[in-house]
Design a protein. Sequence first.
Length: 173
Amino acid sequence: MATFSTRKATDRDVEALRRLCAEVTNQRGTLASIRGPQFDPARWLAAHAPLVIVAEGATVAGFAAAPLDGVPLGGSKCAEAIVYVAPAHRRRGAARAALRELLSVARATGLWKMVAYALNDDVPARKLLDQLDFREVGVLVKHVQLQTGWTDVVLLERLVLAARKSMPSISDR
C-alpha cells in the first residue's frame, strides 16, 4: 500500500479541493453527480465542518468531509460522511486514510454520528464503510435517478465516539 498523509484542511487547500469537487461532480452515474452544487469546500471550512485532505507527496489525492447540513432530521451533532479520491490514487488506501482522519477530526469537534450513502452496487464503497464500522441501516429503494435509471441507495451510520466492536448498542442485530 502507498503511504498517504492526512491532515485537517485549511484555507490554503480550497483551490485543490475545488478541483477535486468539480472532478467528482462531473462523473456521471454517481451520487455526487446529482449533488454538485452542495460540494463547496469554502463553505464547509467557513461552517467549521470536519474536512480533511489526503495527499501523496505534495499532491492532494482526495478529501473526506462531514458537512453539517447533509443529514435529514439530524441534530447539530450529526453529519454526512463524504469521501472522494482521484482515480490515479484509488485502491491503495487513500480513502481509508481520509475517512479515518475524518473520524478523528469529527470526534475532536464533538460530532456524535455520521451517516453515509452508497449506491447499492458500489461494492468497494460499502466494503470500506463496513471495515470502518459503519452499519447498514437500510436501503432507499429507487431513490435516485441516474443515467441508467432509478437506483437504490444504501444508508449507513456510525457512532463517532465508539466502534461497533466495542459498543454493543450498535452491534449487528
